[in-house]
Design a protein around this ligand. Structure first.
Ligand code: SF4
Ligand code: SF4
Length: 276
């Protein structure tokens, strides 16, 4: 039996016996190679669920949608490993109760996918630890390597060119499970921290501030990168920040539901290269 069928059967069972009120998963998109999120609330709709290697979006952000979990009923969600790490961060930051989440875990395996053992965040603890021991974040990304070899001025010019394309649509923010603030810093106008016009200074402010807010929290799901309508390679910033958090602070984002945020905690042996 395929994983898609197994998970459909499980979803039917959970919805029929009332164990969950909703299943957040994937269904066909507007073109054959696309998948889009779907919200299934009855057993009769379950056959709309699709699960294959085209299901790449991190769906965990929907769980922090206002009032979705406020009635304390459970929700099931399809998650890749990055999504499971997101659940840990959202739980550590008190944005959701992990006991209300039933996880349908899956990951790519060649051209196909395989199911992950476990149904809730706690049961995936060992799996996430194994990810941290063999992180996908790699210093060997060819574009990052190219950027690392540039002088500071050349790198600045590279990002200036990229950020000049930003139209301040905030799709990156909307797509990111970690960008859950009800009122984003960019929406404040008294005082106005970030200029909202899409010009060079404002674009730099927005993208750099967002990168800092995601430092040590980004799980590299790629939602922001895929959402950007002008193809700014946001993954490069996120990946570099993840490598930095790992190398400087031994911090792997989303390791557990009790992990302290890297920028809000202090260890005596933390690197202080920024002071020296
Ligand atoms: S910053 Fe981008 S890659 Fe990182 S968690 Fe948010 S959406 Fe995913
Ligand atoms: S999605 Fe792209 S264009 Fe839109 S605000 Fe983010 S970086 Fe700018």
């Amino acid at each position: 039996m395929s994983i898609e069928v197994q998970y459909r059967n499980r979803a039917k069972e959970l919805l029929s016996n009332g164990e969950v009120k909703l299943v957040v998963g994937y269904t066909g998109g507007t073109t054959p190679e696309r998948r889009r999120p779907v919200f299934i609330s009855s057993a009769e709709q379950v056959d709309r669920l699709v699960l294959d290697d085209l299901c790449i979006a991190n769906l965990s952000g929907y769980l922090v949608t206002e009032s979705l979990l406020s009635d304390e009923k459970s929700v099931a969600v399809f998650l890749r490993p990055e999504g499971i790490r997101s659940i840990n961060i959202l739980a550590a930051e008190n944005q959701l109760n992990p006991d209300q989440i039933v996880i349908f875990g899956f990951e790519p395996a060649g051209n196909t996918i395989k199911a992950l053992d476990g149904t809730n965040a706690l049961e995936f603890s060992e799996f996430v630890v194994s990810l941290s021991e063999n992180p996908s974040v790699s210093d060997s990304d060819p574009v990052i390597e190219k950027l690392e070899k540039m002088s500071a001025q050349e790198r600045f010019s590279f990002w200036q060119d990229e950020f000049s394309k930003c139209i301040k649509c905030y799709a990156c923010r909307q797509a990111c499970p970690m960008c859950y603030c009800r009122r984003c810093i960019v929406d404040c106008n008294q005082p106005q921290w970030i200029n909202t016009s899409p010009h060079t200074l404002g674009n730099f402010e927005w993208n750099i501030i967002r990168a800092f807010h995601l430092a040590g929290r980004c799980v590299e799901c790629g939602n922001c990168d895929r959402a950007c309508p002008v193809n700014i390679p946001l993954r490069l910033i996120n990946r570099r920040m993840a490598v930095e958090a790992r190398e400087s602070f031994d911090h792997f984002a989303g390791l557990s539901m009790t992990q302290e945020p890297v920028l809000a905690s202090f260890k005596k042996d933390d690197s202080e290269t920024f002071i020296l």
